[in-house]
Design a protein around this ligand. Sequence first.
Ligand SMILES: *Cc1c(COP(=O)(O)O)cnc(C)c1O
Length: 339
Amino acid sequence: MIDLRSDTVTRPSDAMREAARDADVGDDVYGDDPTVNELERRAADLVGMESALYVPTGTMGNQIAARTHTDRGQEILVDDQAHVVKWELGGLAQLSGLQVRTVDCGERAVPTPEQVRANLVDEDLHRPGTGLLSLENTHNSRGGVAVPVAHVEAAAEAAHDRDVPVHLDGARVFNAAVALDVDPADLVAPVDSVMFCLSKGLGAPVGSMLAGSEEFVARARRTRKLLGGGMRQAGMIAAPGLCALDNVDRLADDHANARALADGLDGIQGLSVPTPDTNVVVVDSREAGLTGDEFAERCTDAGVGCGAFGEYTTRFCTNWDVSRDDVDEAVDRIASTLA
Ligand SMILES: *Cc1c(COP(=O)(O)O)cnc(C)c1O
């Protein structure tokens, strides 16, 4: 099977397995794990933040950020297609008691400053007040869109003008930086905290990072403990995470493969595929008379893993374990199954 379901499906490299075996470890809840400490230091530097926290998953990182930035009962302002709204089990409500206010950001993927201003709520006798603006880059559900610095900046500035902090769900923020050819630190500079995944395109088996100011990360560390995310000899999994930080430039290969895949699939009768910004390819199969579910099933039966995305759309995600030859083979298999 050519597995294009997600960039999370990659297996750790030999170097990562060796790094895990050889990792210098200690009890990280006591701050004693040198490998975790190094990972947190390097991750913070990479995104130009003061400090960073190692967390088991991106979901936990986002939820810790939301809880740490806000007070119970406040509003969080977010795009209606955001991962934190769609795919995190209503955690914003369950774990932080937040009221979610969504806006439709369309292809821009982040709100315009006008949308931010119009949807921020000032606290008064009747209204809870907005506690956080949350952005996403790249934007997964909108097709791996790489949001340019200026749009992140404009949204963040509109929130900051009203003293509302800004979190970035940057699960794939390095994909955005590579696609836009900007320093990740520049992309993240307008926001107060960022979560990014080590376990997606960067190839680590486990783990994500939550970065921000020293003061924010100190409080986030307590929230992580509250949610049960305080880990002990975590250097065993942090060591492959350190290897993963060296894989940022490699993401360009996934993007080139995604463009080749999109090109190839767009050439098949009945399929319509926009050119992807990054490693997420969204295929529309309406013209072929197939729903997303039906098309995904046909692809899977033909040996190409993917997932239904919308009523008539399917998502393919290029990754480290998929070569250019695999992509060409995937296009051939899908063309045959639809012929
Ligand atoms: C994958 C993803 C997450 C969550 O990461 P997990 O490690 O799977 O919990 C959060 N946000 C976005 C945009 C993602 O794509």
